[in-house]
Structure formats: C-alpha cells, structure tokens
Design a protein around this ligand. Structure first.
Ligand code: GLA
Ligand code: ZN
Length: 663
C-alpha cells in the first residue's frame, strides 16, 4: 500500500526545516542569497516559513507587509524548494494583546497572563479567532497559486489550556451538549460525594485552581473539552485555507513524546497529515539504545495516529538548547536519528532550524547553519551527507508499515489513571508500562502499531492492551469481537475498572471483559518501592513489583502463580480460550525478562516473524513497504561494531537500508 507524498507534486523525501528569514530582513541581500546557496548544498528541498512571523506580517492592526514573504516564497520556488507555509498564531504582535486583552490566556488560578511568551492565547476568544482567520485568509489568497506552496503548517505545538470567562462559558455549553440534563451530569460525576451536586449550570467551574475540586469526572471532562477546543481552534484556522487552497494539506506539529495534554488520536481526525517534533535525549554512549527505543516508540505512535506516513516536522541536527545538558550529537547520530524516523514511517526529515538566530531565547539551538555562517562545519557536513542520501530514497515516499500487531496507548485512559486516587497515585506508570510491552518487539525487529482503544482491530493478529483501566464506549465489544474471531489478546492488571465517565463497573473487574478474559479480579495490592513478589511460570521465577492483582480463574486456565505474600499460589498469569481466539492476562507488573520470554511465546503463537533471527542488544530492525517491495532498516544504536547474521558488520551508529521482495 502506497500513500501519496505530503506534497503531491513533489514526490521526494522532504528535507529542510524551520527558516526565519524575517530575523535577517536588514541583511537580506547578503544572508538570504547565501541561505539559498547553503540550502542547496545541503540537499535541502523544503523550508518552513512564517511560523512566528505575525508581527513581521502585520506590524500594526490591519497594515500588512507581505512583500518580504513574497520574496522568500519566490526564492524558494526559484531554487526548486517547496514551502511549508505556516499560519502565525503560535505567537502574536504586542499591539493585539494590548488592544484586546481577551486574546491572552488565563491560568487555572484565574490570573490573566501578560504578553511576551509564545503559545499563549485563549482558545475561545472571538477576537483571536477572527484575527487568525483574517491573516490566514490573506496568506491563502496571496499564495494559492504560488509554485512553492506545499503544506500548511498550522500554528505551532498547540498545548495548555485557558480558564478565562469565555472558556468557562464554552465549557458549560460543552457539558450541556454532552449531558443534556444536570441529573445526567451529576450521575456521571458521582457528584453527591463531598456535596458536589451541581444544581445550576452556572455553578460549574473549570478544575485546577486553588481549592478547586478533586472530582475525577470534571477533570476528565475538562481535558476532553480542552482537546475539543484545539480541534475547534484548528478548524477555525483551516476553514479559509480549505476554501481557498483545497489541494494543499494542513498539518500541525505535535509533541508526541512526553506530552499528554491533548488526545492526539482525536486531534488527528481533523489533520490531513500528522507531523511531530522529535528531540531525543541522546547520551554519549551506552544509554543510546534505550533512547533509540523510546524515539522509535514515539515515531510509531505518531504514525499510528492516522496509520499512515507522517512528517518529521522538527528535529535537531546538533545540540538541543532547552535540555539541561545540551549535548552534541556524536558522529553518525544525525544520520541514524534521521533514517530511524524514515524507518518508522516519516516521509520527511526537517529541523529546528535552518539558520541559528543571532539572539533571542533559542540562539544556541543546533542548526544547519551556525553563527559562523559557512558550510565548513561538522554539523553542516552531517546534514549534507544525509541530504545526498535522501535523494536516492524517492521510492520510500508513502510506503506503509506492515504491522500485524498493535499495542494500545490511550490518552484518555492515561488521564483517567492520572486522576484516580489509589493504586500508585503519584506515578501510575501507564505509559512506561506501554513502553515496557513495546520493548520486546523493538528488540526483536517486529513492527507494531500503537493505537488507542477506539481504533479498529481488524488488521491485527495480536493486540496488547496494558492497564486498560477505563473501558471507553464500545472498547470492550471491539476487543471481545477481536478475540472471538481468532485474535490473540494480552491484557494486564488495572484493566476494566471504570467506564467512560470513570464510574466503577459493578459486579466485578475487569467489568465487561470478565467473560473474554475468564477471570475475576477481586483486589489490587500496591507495593512500596523496593518491595517485591514473584510470578512463577514455566519453571522460572520472575520478579513482580508495584502492582499485584489478586485474581480468580472464572474459566481461564492458570499458567502462572504468585510466589510470595498472603496470596502466594494464587493465579498471576492466565489464558482464556474465547471463541476462536485466546485472551492472556498478566496480573502483576514485571521486569523485561518476563516480558521477553512471554512475548517470544506469544509472538510465535500469533504468527509474527522477526525481521532477523537474532538482533544484538541495541540493534533494531524495522520495515516499510508492501507488494513485493520492502525496505528493511537495520540500525545500530550502540557505539560498537555489531554483527547481524547474514549481514556485513554494522559500524557504530550505522543505519542501513536493505531492499527485499518479500518478508
Ligand atoms: C519546539 C518548537 C520550536 C523550537 C524547538 C526547539 O519544538 O516548535 O519552535 O522552540 O522546540 O527545540
Ligand atoms: Zn479563554
């Protein structure tokens, strides 16, 4: 299966990044021309412009200055580049905040922010929406037929929330639309607890300020509402673009690694293309394999948001300025991190940033062109070497990832767990657990999709759903149907406790999955740090820690049991034959050794074949393609030479691409 390239008329891997020529307006004759020369020399074929340019475009209300951008767009076209053209709402002119304070965000303590920072706007403000829509319309009209126009980059890294009166009113409306009656709302929030019953819609206040509520229902709804606010704001931004330039895809740069404030699966529904900003925390040596794994995970999650190729909108060719230790990339790492993105589904390698800004908050952030200004730097050479290599990879553009196994990561489940008291409330370890279940597949070279609990499971033979604490509408039915049809399911402790409103399932956990899993979970034990139990399975003893559930078989076969404490001998690992399929249940948190052994068995049962027989530690393999044309990626995240059977030795940090006609 092949998808169209991000820019339809430009079927190449995009290579480039954020470019801020407006910072060099006074020196444009020298710098801009030199930028074009350097970009071509580095094999760059795209630049992202206009991301924070509002003041340069509209220095005073209604007074527009597009001439400089015209010139930049023309330069890009003349030099054979495609533009990722941004809407400027990520930061705004001071005149606007002064004249219309409502555009500024209000924090949870109900204080209005002052002007100055970027990413600081109210999501409801009619003025801000009108202003963004106006400038976006002008941009679209001006460049609709421009040869350089490739992709719309909407705003920048949407995040945060706003608690102003306008947002409060919208929140109440959202709740009215959702619940219709206060009775329904009160039941969903279980508001009789602590006298929280709402008797008038106007009593509802967004959560988070001093003394504000501990009710999980309202917190969860606020997070959902905030996601809808971004969806709505994005749709407001894109409406004129869709009308004027319907052929040009729109995307916005997400922060897939480490940010959970927006339900990105929901958000992805309105994006034409998914894109994200990747800044792995590479260390100097040993730790890189783990960083590689986590970066792969974030790429896979990004790709899975729409289950199709994505854009790597930002990455850094050198040191990342905002890290506590802004370490240089070791030789080879730039190539490796870039090919790694392609391996997991990226159709672009883009940077923050092309040319280092001379001053300002990010003046020391790695860039293709340093303050020194020439092509004679190590980083420039790294980028140019990659640029050269990317030119031979056109055939990769749009290639699918043939994953037959899926691992669930659900933003809303994470929110529900984060807000739940009990278990391990300071750190539920939800995403960490998902990553732990991802690791055995990464280590063995078996591709995975990362999906949330609302996605279809049709294309998979194995579905892993760790800690599916909240069963959202329809999730239990989809999962059960998947097993009934012959699928293999792996579930774990902390599954099926609450419904979509966070109300506990009555009648025993794991709620509506009880029958599918053939168990009843009676209690869950949280262990202090350092405390351990064990799971005895297959003649081996594996460490169990953090969370141990006390479960009973209700039809399931008991495969493993606890080794210690008052529940020694009781079930800890079960399997249930259900319909044509099987459902496994791991009742306790374990280390990687258990998961490695377990998934070796399960992977074989599900018919998943690793890309190579035995990958050494720190070497990963991935694949893209289909229809007898596959690209297999072999990547060495260690600083040592590595041997993979049937392959020439891999140099330290080498990223190799091998073409195969079958898997
Ligand atoms: C983010 C932003 C960029 C820049 C980089 C620096 O991803 O989108 O504007 O600040 O970080 O790492
Ligand atoms: Zn607001």
């Amino acid at each position: 299966m092949k998808y169209p390239p991000p820019v339809k008329k430009f079927p190449h891997i995009l290579h480039g990044g954020d470019y801020n020529p407006e910072q060099w307006l006074k020196w444009k004759d020298k710098i801009w021309k030199e930028d074009m020369r350097l970009a071509k020399l580095a094999g760059i074929n795209t630049l992202s412009v206009g991301i924070f340019s509002w003041t340069a475009l509209e220095p005073e209300e209604g007074q527009y200055r597009f001439e400089w951008l015209d010139e930049v767009m023309d330069l890009l076209a003349e030099n054979g580049m495609t533009a990722v053209l941004a809407t400027p709402s990520g930061a705004r002119p001071a005149w606007m905040s002064r004249k219309y304070p409502e555009v500024l965000r209000v924090n949870a303590s109900r204080q209005r922010n002052i002007h100055g920072d970027r990413h600081n706007h109210c999501l409801s403000s009619p003025v801000y929406r009108e202003k963004t829509s106006a400038i976006n319309s002008l941009l679209a009209r001006r460049y609709r037929d421009h040869r350089a126009l490739g992709v719309w980059h909407i705003s920048n890294e949407y995040s945060g929330d706003c608690h102003c009166p306008l947002c409060q009113a919208k929140f109440r409306q959202y709740l009215k639309d959702k619940y219709k009656t206060l009775d329904a709302l009160n039941e969903a929030w279980w508001s009789a607890f602590w006298s929280g019953t709402i008797t008038d819609w106007d009593q509802i206040e967004s959560p988070g300020g001093p003394g504000s509520g501990g009710h999980n229902g309202i917190k969860l709804d606020w997070r959902r509402f905030t996601t809808e606010q971004f969806v709505d704001f994005y749709l407001n931004e894109t409406a004129p673009l869709k009308k004027i330039t319907p052929e040009t895809p729109c995307t916005t740069n997400l922060m897939t690694a480490g940010f959970s404030g927006i339900d990105y699966f929901r958000f992805a529904e309105v994006l034409d293309l998914v894109s994200w900003d990747s800044y792995p925390r590479w260390t100097s040596a040993e730790g890189n394999a783990e960083v590689g794994l986590r970066t792969s995970y974030a790429h896979d999650l990004t790709r899975s948001l729409k289950r199709r190729p994505f854009m790597l909108m930002e990455s850094c060719p050198s040191a990342t300025n905002w890290r506590a230790v802004a370490k240089l990339h070791r030789p080879g790492l730039h190539m490796l991190q870039s090919i790694q993105a392609l391996a997991h589904g990226a159709d672009s390698v883009q940077y923050f940033q092309f040319r280092k800004s001379r001053g300002g908050p990010e003046q020391h952030h790695g860039a293709v062109v340093d303050h020194e200004g020439s092509e004679n730097t190590r980083v420039f050479r790294d980028v140019a070497e990659l640029g050269q290599r990317l030119k031979s990879l056109d055939a990769l553009v749009g290639a699918d990832t043939p994953a037959r196994a899926a691992l669930m990561y659900d933003y809303q489940v994470r929110w529900a767990l984060d807000d739940a008291k009990g278990f391990l409330q300071e750190n539920t370890g939800y995403e960490e657990t998902v990553i732990n279940h991802y690791r055995p597949f990464w280590k063995r070279g078996i591709p995975l999709d990362l999906i949330d609990s609302r996605q279809s499971l049709d294309k998979y033979s194995l579905v892993i759903a760790p800690m599916l604490y909240m069963l959202r509408e329809g999730a239990a039915d989809r999962i059960s149907a998947f097993v009934r049809r012959g699928g293999l399911l792996v579930s774990t402790y902390a599954t099926g406790y609450v419904n979509e409103s966070t109300l506990a399932f009555l009648g025993g956990f794991p709620g509506p999955l009880k029958e599918t899993l053939g168990i009843w979970c009676e209690e869950i034990d949280a262990l202090f740090p350092g405390e351990t139990n064990s799971i005895e399975w297959n003649g081996k003893s594996y460490r169990a820690f953090d969370l141990c559930e006390l479960i009973h078989g209700r039809g399931a076969e008991i495969l493993g049991s606890y080794g210690g404490d008052f529940y020694a001998g009781s079930p800890a690992l079960t399997v249930n034959n259900y319909g044509q399929g099987k459902a496994y249940y791991i009742a306790a948190r374990t280390d990687g050794d258990f998961l490695d052994d377990f998934y070796r068995k399960i992977g074989a049962e599900a018919g998943l074949t690793p890309l190579f027989d035995d990958l050494p530690e720190g070497v990963s393999a991935q694949v893209r393609g289909g229809d007898e044309k596959y690209f297999v990626f072999l990547m060495n995240f260690t600083n040592r030479e590595q041997q993979v059977s049937g392959q020439p030795a891999l140099a330290p940090f080498e990223a190799r691409i091998i073409e195969r006609s079958s898997l």
